[in-house]
Design a protein around this ligand. Structure first.
Ligand code: FAD
Length: 332
């Protein structure tokens, strides 16, 4: 039986591990539990939000990622969908990215899109801002990323995959240890930390920190997901909403910044009337793996047993299944 080791138990790593296990591979997943793991701190929008900034490869991966989740939505039982908060939502886009968004979604005809020239408050009555044009994208997929992680973990356990808590400091040294000869393939999916594992000078990868705020209000403020300027708000149920997210080139800085807090407070005060009261706030952060617009999903040039699967930046949840399929095709 083919033995695969997946380094990194984020959503990219676990989705890949599950695909390999489903196809009969013996899978081990190794993770050191880093604090800024991107997957647990993501928004969970399974839809490309500003893909026009990305490479053609990434754009296509996002579109096939969207298709893969549509298929998964049909395949999963109601209970399983509920367990990961897998739902459909409309997304309303307004603000500074409206023109780029309209053009891109029109040219890439894979979703139903409606152009609206009325006020956004006609669709969402609690919004007070005066945007007169917006687009509605119908039936995008949403998931709760923490719950998806738990789900993947459980599915992997059911497939007899092994989990080991361990940090791989240097993959070359790791592979020199005789007990690691048993692995036929090693898939590196350590997110923003992947090149700490590999130390490959040809790889360009850095963390781009994102902060979000989960807040609870005195009443339901929106029914749809909103995307405006560079922020989104996602309804999470029980009058809870997630606003995010910042894009910060600050290395692995783990602090919750006052700047992020004021970006969120300012956006909410511009969008909603003062009668909306915020009752609770909780902040999160994660490190997106940024690889200059194109993820590394390929075999290593230095070692044919090693496969790269990282650098998914803002779309790792969306593209996890599509990426897993590419990796699976490289494993015999
Ligand atoms: C605020 C925010 C919002 C986002 N929203 C969305 C969204 O709505 N939709 C979407 O598709 N994407 C979103 N993203 C992007 C998405 O979260 C990432 O692209 C994706 O989670 C990357 O997954 P990953 O598994 O590659 O990395 P991670 O989730 O970061 O996992 C990497 C894992 O590798 C482990 N690891 C690291 N180093 C080592 C080592 N040396 N040895 C062993 N293990 C190691 C870590 O502990 C970690 O568990 C968002 C990201 C952020 C930060």
């Amino acid at each position: 039986m083919t033995n695969c080791l997946v380094i990194g138990a984020g959503i990219v790593g676990m989705t890949t591990a599950l695909k390999l296990a489903e196809n009969g591979k013996n899978v081990t997943i190794l993770d050191c539990k880093n604090k800024g793991q991107a997957s647990n701190n993501a928004g969970g929008i399974l839809f490309p939000l500003s893909p026009w900034n990305d490479s053609k490869f990434m754009q296509e991966l996002c579109i096939s990622g969207h298709d893969e989740y549509n298929k998964l939505f049909l395949r999963l039982s109601g209970d399983k969908k509920k367990s990961i908060n897998f739902t459909k939502s409309n997304i309303l886009i307004f603000g500074k990215n409206l023109i780029s968004a309209s053009k891109w979604y029109r040219n890439n005809n894979f979703v139903e899109i409606e152009y609206n020239d009325g006020r956004i408050s006609n669709k969402e009555e609690n919004i007070i801002t005066n945007h007169k044009e917006f687009i509605t994208i119908k039936d995008i997929n949403l998931v709760d990323p923490r719950k998806l992680s738990e789900f993947l973990h459980k599915e992997l356990k059911n497939k007899n995959a092994s989990f080991i808590q361990m940090k791989v400091e240097d993959l070359n040294l790791f592979l020199k240890q005789p007990e690691n000869n048993k692995y036929d393939y090693i898939i590196v999916s350590a997110g923003a930390w992947s090149n700490e594992v590999l130390n490959d000078k040809k790889v360009f990868l850095k963390p781009i920190k994102g902060q979000t705020m989960l807040f609870r209000t005195n009443k339901k403020i929106i029914s749809n997901t909103l995307l405006f300027d560079d922020l989104y708000i996602i309804p999470r149920g029980d009058n809870k909403f997630l606003i995010g997210s910042t894009l910060e080139d600050v290395g692995f800085d783990e602090s919750i910044s006052n700047e992020a807090k004021s970006i969120f407070d300012h956006a909410l005060s511009k969008l909603f009337s003062p009668s909306i009261k915020i009752l609770e706030k909780e902040y999160f952060f994660g490190f997106r793996p940024f690889a200059n617009q194109k993820p590394y999903i390929c075999k290593s040039k230095n070692n044919e047993r090693v496969i790269y699967n990282f650098g998914h930046y803002r779309y790792g949840i969306l593209t996890a299944i599509a990426s897993a399929k590419i990796v699976d095709s490289m494993v015999s």
